[in-house]
Design a binder for this molecule. Structure first.
Ligand code: SAH
Length: 292
């Protein structure tokens, strides 16, 4: 009896004999692997010419390489376009709509994040790394909530306990939800982070949620794309944005605008604060990436 791996060799033997008659007689389940492994072209040249064609194929290899790189370029262009479409969607819909959208097709989240990381690779400095350094230079016993964590870089790089929150999760440590409504307890975290994640049209509701879960004297750290907060290019007035957060019950401790691509705000929640209702939040301009 033949060992279990042998049937493949048997298949090869049958294929070499390869008469049309045999093939016609075989069942469809036998035929499928034969067809998949060696599809005979409809006008197969005789053996001699086939060998010559093989030699030509070797000589033509650079052309195949060109085709492959052209295909790669086309694929990259398509996925770049797909990323820009998803990015625009996230900036122009509510958090709830974004949550429902990605829930229907979680693979889109991977498309979004590979495009996002490609874009970010062109930035001289990553805002998330600045925030990680800031956290490392403070208290490792602080509990952190990372709103819109992406690939959870914060949790992966600090000793603190971090609640990582995003729309989709294939990582059990990431809480998948619309961050306007998290399952975190009230007054339970020392630091709330929004690193390039105030994307939805209802972004003030994310800040209100952070306010609910932050302890008194807790830190609210926000990094945003510079152009979204640049009135000279149609962005919001950064003073008006800060003013909204101050009215929510915070003091602005530091505004770091030295980076070319992003602005960082470090707010601290007041011990006791009277929350102003109907805060006049500025609209944040969507951050649309250019085709490279
Ligand atoms: N903070 C990460 C990722 C930034 S990309 C980093 O700096 O690397 C912005 C992230 O915010 C995306 O992963 C997006 O899915 C998430 N996000 C946007 N709106 C959200 C919402 N309503 N609820 C949860 N996550 C949201």
């Amino acid at each position: 009896m033949e060992p279990p791996q042998e049937p493949a060799a048997g298949t090869r033997r049958r294929r070499r004999r390869g008469g049309g008659k045999n093939r016609r007689k075989s069942s469809s389940s036998q035929q499928a692997p034969l067809t998949a492994a060696a599809p005979p072209p409809p006008s197969s040249p005789p053996a001699k010419r086939r060998r010559k064609a093989g030699a030509d194929q070797v000589a033509a290899k650079p052309k195949m390489g060109n085709t492959a790189s052209l295909l790669d370029k086309m694929r990259a262009r398509l996925s770049g376009g797909h990323f820009r479409m998803l990015n625009e969607k996230l900036y122009t819909c509510s958090g709830q709509d974004a949550f429902d959208y990605f829930k229907d097709d979680p693979n889109l989240f991977d498309v979004y994040h590979s495009g996002y990381h490609e874009q970010m690779s062109h930035w001289p400095e990553q805002p998330v790394n600045v925030i990680i350094s800031w956290l490392k230079s403070h208290n490792a016993s602080w509990t952190v909530a990372d709103f819109g964590c992406g690939n959870a870089a914060v949790a992966k790089n600090v000793k603190n306990k971090v609640f990582s929150i995003d729309l989709v999760s294939d990582d059990p440590s990431v809480i998948a939800c619309d961050m306007a409504h998290t399952p975190l307890e009230p007054s339970s975290v020392d630091v709330a982070i929004f690193c390039l994640s105030l994307m939805g049209t209802n972004y003030p509701s994310y800040l209100e949620e952070a306010n609910r879960v932050l302890k008194p004297s807790g830190w609210l750290v926000i990094a945003e794309v510079r152009s979204r907060l640049d009135p000279n290019t149609g962005g919001a007035d950064p003073e008006k944005f800060s003013e909204g957060i101050i009215q929510l019950g915070y003091s602005l401790v530091l505004k770091d605008a030295k980076n070319k691509m992003f602005i960082l705000f470090y707010f601290r929640k007041k011990e006791k604060s009277k929350v102003v209702k109907n805060i006049d939040w500025p609209q944040l301009k969507p951050c649309l990436y250019k085709r490279r």
